[in-house]
Ligand binder design. Structure first.
Ligand code: BES
Ligand code: ZN
Length: 851
């Protein structure tokens, strides 16, 4: 028998908490199978609540040993989701709840609540994991100071806040926080230590805690942390507010990292880095995630969310902040291009399918399913648009007001928009639609030229999304520049504000018909629909002064060529290749930019754009066309690629600095193409000589892509079999770069490998998650790819529903494809749905994808 469908939670049903908490004291007696958690919680009726009534506490999977109110034992019988103390047993005013519960961290495979990883205890409480630790009002609008005592023989014991005693067995966090920010760590760990002095003179101890043996791989993360702390003081005037900041690396973690107050917990892959084991992309990601979690201290912790519908309040804002930081550390142009590629790959895909939802959803069944690209990346885009609309000064005034007005509070999107209105005088009523309306707006452009006046007519249209058949216009800031025929600027960038369904904007007194550069910097998260010629795109690739649109012109050129090859069997023409050659030879261009501009749209991207144009994408045909174009590029560009391969080599010891990383990116992009004309000779050589993971892995990728990577992959395994993080790369790369007809069999073989520990989320993602990344392999017409992934999701779901449910998004594009693939994918989704004991997480995901 299947359980009744779980209830959805609605934003409209929000009510304030009945009881507030003045203080929390916790004692943990740690034991792998029988940990005791003693809690003392001081409650008081919420004056903002009309009738507090019964005390309801959340709690899941807890064995309640004893409970008391003001010291008098109460007989409380928990149900599946918590416990209720009838109002009649409460004194009327403030009171103290005490309880003792027993839990079994070693049996916790879901990695939510208190669990164990390699003999170490750790916690993950966001969003609703604290209820698996003890009974408590586990909601973010209940904030309280915490005091925590840990009893264990393990040498290192930590919780949030400052240590109370020299032995660190007791911790005090004076900053009121919601339960989702609670953390505890106990284990045998070693520290990489440093210090930071805040600008007001507070001396802060900084520690990164890792397993013995990993301490030599922490230096980069520590430098990134200090740069983040400094940056937040300089740019947002935000200082750290405790005497100590601890970061812990754990190997078993569902997500990337978590911002627990004063005690950030990280997936070890986003902390540990050495030149031999981490790629340039890893270094960049570590820097961004360290910054992101640190920045949450103000945008998330000091000011948190009223409820989980407001998640983008902290996540969208903090992503925007980490994007600004990375841009300042590296290159704004390159960072913007990377962010937009990521947005299109993940968020546009989500917005265009059955999982589309607003940045602020109106309902959910399982909140873990809403940590999405929409809440995060589209949420960050909305803040970027606000920044553009009100300007740097307005943004700064609004943020100062936000911190000033809301410090210590649990807030809403309304609070957020109001500070912009109050600080700048702008009415944001229409802007709020961006938070409430799902779907990616299409922006169509028509042009008129009468000899002196150039008129742009902009039209917006958002396709229907689940539950939202009708859309209303949103305000779209459209950055536009006008170029002259010889490549000069006729008009500098101006921001057109499209607020209606259709509007015209005139540029008067022009000496010649301009070439427009529209949506500069990708000024809004929309799909620009504007047919253009190859000649115009090549012109913009050569002359646009806006780096994003320069990149975009090249990307659109490649997309048009690929579309022609796929739909009409057209041969790739010389325009695109000649334009690329010119771009590559321009030494004034940042190598990192050139590496990106040399890239082709991904196969999934092509499927998305073909579907958008009303065609039925065939992953095999897309793969074949992309491979053919890659070979044409290699043949046509060989001389310039060869020169770049030599010139971009980095002398001296490895440095992860942006400039050197950019040169390596361009060199490896050249290598991938050159492998098609030299049978992998250069890649073989580099694979043997490389002293860093970026080049070693880049060379292996090039070899795998041409089907000549077997020996190198075996050698790589022999070299790195003892290193869990590098081994993840080994698993993932082989599958992602396998020829489509081999990908499923290879994945199946690797699931039988002795090192395939499927209970470890990183390893599971490295193997099972790599197959959908190989689009043509996953979409094998036999359906074997779908079956393999579904089998493993069904197997993982009872152990770790959060990770299993996240990975089910591999199937969210099923309606894009032809009838045979649709039927096969749909059948797998139905099979998952029919599984006995399916988790709420997975049940919601497959339900949304099917209905
Ligand atoms: N608060 C999240 C971590 C989180 C998400 C915990 C969902 C539990 C459930 C954290 O701040 C975060 O956003 N982490 C990201 C990385 C970040 C750089 C976008 C992650 O873990 O992927
Ligand atoms: Zn976050």
């Amino acid at each position: 028998m299947k359980d009744a469908a779980p209830q959805a939670i609605h934003l409209s049903a929000y009510t304030p908490p009945a009881y507030l908490v003045d203080s929390v004291a916790l004692t943990f007696r740690l034991h792998p199978t029988a940990t005791r958690v003693l809690s003392t919680v001081r409650f008081r009726p919420n004056p903002a609540h009309p009738e507090p009534g019964d005390l309801r506490l959340d709690g899941e999977g807890l064995m309640l040993m004893a409970a008391a109110i003001d010291g008098a034992p109460v007989a409380a019988t928990p149900d599946a989701s918590g416990v209720t103390i009838p109002a009649g047993l409460l004194p009327g005013g403030a009171f103290e709840w005490t309880a003792e519960v027993e839990i079994a961290p070693q049996a916790n495979t879901a990695l939510e609540g208190l669990y164990m990883s390699n003999g170490m205890y750790c916690t993950q409480c966001e969003a609703e994991g604290f209820r698996k630790i003890t009974f408590y009002p586990d909601r973010p609008d209940v904030m309280a100071p915490f005091r925590v005592r840990i009893e264990s023989d393990l040498p290192l014991l930590m919780s949030n806040g400052n240590p109370v005693d020299a032995g660190w067995a007791e911790w005090d966090d004076p900053h009121p926080k919601p339960s989702y920010l609670f953390a505890l760590v106990a284990g045998d760990l070693v520290a990489h230590r440093d210090r930071f002095t805040t600008r007001s003179g507070r001396d802060v101890a900084l520690n990164i805690w890792v397993r013995p043996g990993d301490e030599g791989r922490c230096a980069f993360a520590m430098e990134a942390l200090k740069r983040s702390m400094h940056w937040d003081e300089e740019v947002y005037a935000r200082e750290y507010d405790l005497d100590i900041f601890n970061i812990v690396a754990v190997d078993d973690f569902n997500m990337g990292a978590m911002e627990n107050k004063g005690l950030n917990i990280f997936n070890s892959k986003f902390v540990l880095a050495a030149p031999e084991t981490a790629t340039d992309a890893d270094f960049e990601r570590i820097e961004a995630i360290i910054a992101h979690e640190y920045f949450h201290n103000w945008t998330g912790n000091r000011i948190t969310c009223r409820d989980w519908f407001q998640l983008s309040l902290k996540e969208g804002l903090t992503v925007f902040r980490d994007q600004q930081f990375s841009g300042d550390m590296r290159s704004h142009a390159v960072k913007r291009i990377e962010d937009v590629l990521n947005l299109r790959a993940r968020q546009f895909r989500e917005d265009d399918g059955p999982l589309a939802h607003p940045v602020r959803p109106a309902s959910y069944v399982e909140i873990n399913n809403f940590y999405t690209a929409t809440v995060y990346e589209k949420g960050a885009e909305l803040i970027r648009m606000l920044h553009l609309l009100v300007g740097s000064e307005g943004y700064k005034a609004a943020l100062d007001l936000y911190f000033d007005r809301h410090d210590g509070q649990a807030c809403t999107i309304e609070d957020w928009l109001r500070v912009f209105e109050d600080a700048t005088g702008r009415d944001l009523a229409q802007f709020k639609r961006w938070y409430e309306q799902a779907g990616t707006p299409r922006l169509a452009v028509a042009e008129d030229w009468d000899g002196t006046t150039y008129t742009l007519t902009l039209r917006q249209h958002t396709p229907p999304t689940p539950g939202q058949p009708e859309k209303t216009p949103v305000p779209i800031p459209v950055s536009v520049g006008l170029l002259s025929q010889d490549g000069g600027e006729l008009r500098a960038t101006t921001v057109l504000e499209l607020t209606a369904a259709e509007q015209s904007f005139a540029f008067e007194g022009l000496p010649q018909r301009p070439i427009p550069s529209i949506l500069r910097g990708f000024s809004a998260p929309v799909i620009l629909e504007r047919a253009s010629t190859a000649a115009e795109r090549a012109f913009l690739l050569a002359h646009d002064t806006d780096p994003f649109n320069k990149f975009e012109a090249g990307r659109a050129l490649a997309r048009d060529v690929l579309t022609g090859m796929i739909t009409d069997g057209a041969a790739p023409g010389p325009d695109h290749l000649d334009a690329l050659a010119r771009m590559l030879r321009d030494d004034g261009l940042d190598p990192a930019f050139r590496a990106l501009a040399l890239g082709l749209p991904s196969e999934d991207n092509m499927a998305q754009s073909l579907h958008d144009a009303g065609a039925e994408p065939d992953p095999a045909a897309i793969h074949a066309a992309r491979e053919r174009l890659t070979r044409e590029m290699a043949a046509h560009l060989e001389p310039v690629l060869d020169a770049l391969y030599t010139d971009m080599a980095q002398p001296g010891p490895f440095s992860p600095a942006p400039r050197a990383a950019g040169c390596r990116a361009l060199r490896l992009a050249a290598l991938r193409l050159l492998a098609r004309v030299d049978d992998g000779a250069r890649a073989e050589r580099l694979f043997g000589e490389a002293d860093n993971m970026t080049e070693q892995l880049g060379a292996l990728a090039a070899l795998l892509e041409i089907g000549a990577g077997e020996a190198a992959a075996a050698a790589f395994y022999r070299q790195w079999r003892g290193d869990r993080l590098v081994l993840d790369k080994w698993f993932a790369l082989q599958i992602a770069r396998a020829a489509p007809e081999r990908a499923v069999a290879l994945t199946r073989a690797l699931t039988g490998h002795a090192d395939f520990d499927w209970r470890n989320p990183n390893r599971f993602r490295a193997v099972i998650g790599a197959l959908p990344a190989n689009a043509a392999g996953f979409h094998d017409p036999s359906g074997s790819g779908y079956r393999l992934v579904a089998d493993w999701l069904i197997r993982l779901d009872p152990l770790n529903p959060q990770t299993a449910a996240r990975m089910s998004t591999a199937f969210d594009t099923w309606r894009r494809y032809g009838p045979q693939r649709q039927a096969l994918m749909r059948a797998e989704l139905e099979r998952i749905r029919a599984t006995d004991g399916l988790s709420r997480d997975m049940g919601e995901m497959v339900g949304r994808m099917l209905d």
